[in-house]
Ligand binder design. Structure first.
Ligand SMILES: [Zn+2]
Length: 371
């Protein structure tokens, strides 16, 4: 009984209609995955007698269902229309079930302009993490697929990335040259996720890690299984904003990490948000609606969402975040000779850069209109 309930609860995320709507329409609940006659009777009873808890326990708090997300998105169609890609997915190179090509085909069917292939790095052996040699082979495969896509006139770019496994002080497990050869690096914690004490220090370590641009599934929560880590989120998001890094909404249904409450804090801090499905099968790219709905609910401004950027702007952002690191070290070295003049020239550079961004955005919009 417990097992049947747990199974139904997990698949409820993906039901294309809410059980309460079926009950209201007097339609059978057995059309829902993992609901048999026995559970149907039980769920009906809960809904009719309003016995389902109004306040879910913390382990099940702030999770959307796909049906609910789609209802929210349907009210603001222009929001989902801005989406250009997905920044977290796995292939057979680590623990996914599809290969790069099938992920790219699924992404093209979604109308995406880009996707990032983020297989696990070597430290996560349980997920068959890949080492530097395999990463290089994968990059060659991705390059070949990108050439094929261009030859076929398809406007989709597969970005070479990785889900860098971070240790509990925010350090990665891969050779830096390998990381620098990638288009984008996502870093995530996969260990010591049940610690009760405040973890702000580990998040600051991860955000200050110069080799990552996106922090993946930040809390490490899992529906009905693990609460995730605690931190002073204002400090964490503030530091991400200062270094212009992005924090992820992992849209995997039983993660949904960041959740809406934390996204509201990120919004106040002006932090960039990245959305990734963490798909391990091509069909799972559809989980992205869970992330879109969460960002919408938290009222994240569109210009703070990395997945809404045209590809050229995305590349410029990654480059800028990578350069900040060198600019900072230069600044430190030359701090004694830092003058007003250099600050002014830096401001001028920023201005030129933002003008460039505004121009390329305009051009991109115009191009899209022409198409
Ligand atoms: Zn992960």
């Amino acid at each position: 009984m417990q097992r049947a309930l747990r199974r139904a609860a997990r698949s409820a995320f993906l039901w294309n209609v809410e059980a309460r709507d079926l009950v209201a329409r007097k339609e059978p609940l057995t059309q829902l995955a993992h609901v048999g006659p026995f559970l149907q009777k039980q769920i009906r009873q809960w809904i009719r007698q309003k016995q389902h808890p109004l306040r879910p326990p913390p382990l099940r708090k702030e999770f959307f269902t796909l049906a609910e997300s789609r209802m929210r998105l349907a009210q603001f169609p222009s929001w989902g229309a801005r989406l250009r890609g997905d920044f977290q997915m796995h292939t057979r190179w680590s623990d996914g079930s599809g290969d790069v090509r099938t992920m790219a085909e699924a992404a093209f069917a979604h109308g995406y302009e880009y996707i990032a292939i983020t297989d696990h790095s070597k430290g996560l052996s349980i997920a068959n993490g890949i080492d530097e040699t395999k990463l290089k082979q994968q990059s060659a495969e991705i390059d070949a697929i990108n050439r094929e896509l261009r030859a076929a006139g398809k406007n989709l770019t597969v970005l070479r990335s990785i889900e860098l496994n971070l240790n509990p002080i925010g350090q990665g497990d891969m050779d830096l040259r390998a990381l620098h050869s990638l288009d984008l690096v996502l870093g995530s914690f996969h260990s010591a996720l049940r610690r009760k004490e405040d973890q702000t220090a580990r998040y600051l370590g991860a955000i200050r890690n110069p080799d990552i641009q996106i922090l993946g599934h930040p809390r490490g929560r899992i529906y009905n299984y693990r609460l995730g880590l605690r931190a002073d989120w204002g400090t964490v998001f503030g530091e991400a904003t200062r270094l212009d890094k992005a924090i992820e909404i992992d849209a995997y249904p039983d993660r949904q990490d960041l959740n809406v409450s934390l996204l509201r804090i990120a919004k106040r801090c002006g932090t960039r948000i990245s959305m990734g499905t963490d798909a391990h099968h091509p069909w799972q790219l559809e989980f992205i609606d869970l992330a879109l709905a969460a960002a919408l609910a938290a009222k994240i401004p569109a210009e703070r969402i990395v997945n809404f950027m045209p590809l050229a702007e995305l590349r410029a952002w990654v480059e800028d975040v990578r350069c900040r690191k060198t600019r900072r070290t230069h600044k430190k070295r030359r701090s004694d000779v830092r003058s007003k003049k250099s600050v002014t020239s830096q401001m001028q550079q920023e201005k030129v850069r933002s003008l460039f961004h505004a121009r390329s955005r305009r051009e991109e919009r115009a191009k899209r209109k022409r198409r």
